[in-house]
Design a binder for this molecule. Sequence first.
Ligand code: GRF
Length: 200
Amino acid sequence: MPAPIAVKPLKKRIAIFASGSGSNAQKIMEHFKNSKLAEVALILTNNSEAFVLQRADNFEIPTHIFNRKEFYESDRIIRLLESLNVDLVVLAGFLWLVPQNLIAAFPNKIINIHPALLPNYGGKGMYGDHIHRAVLAAREKETGITIHFVNENFDEGEMIQQFRFKIELKDELENIRFKIQQLEHQHFPKVIESLVKKMN
Ligand code: GRF
């Protein structure tokens, strides 16, 4: 009888969209660098100046820069993701609304991280310091991050997980920004890993 052939499970493949610095993308690339479960296959950006491109180069991960026409008026990005066998699309600081054709091509396979406790402080224009300033102005007692599936509206898809902390009286914009970023870096890669584990 021939010896059984050991079948190595294929790694799940992640594509990350980012528009700017990409510190979350960095944490995800670090997390999966030596993983047996998943790998980052591609970094995509709408911004040719984005620092995330440098970060991707450091990890020798391919990049793709696109413009509005390509994103909203063609299927090229979908075809690119499919040709690379991408299983999960991660938005990490990506500022454009995802078009319907991309959502339909990856049902329940596109996730986003938002630096507030949705459904509060979401929607168009609610990003970065705009959010933290609004949270402080409203004298909220707590804030945090939301990881959620993406649908055709900004910040409205089904929630996956939230992480929160209490706002102290002494907290100002800088501390809130810092604590949010720490929370994102700590949790986002792990949440992605748990989603990947559930994929078959
Ligand atoms: C993060 O706060 C994320 O929640 C939001 O955009 C920011 C991206 O930061 N969607 P970075 O580019 O990963 O540093």
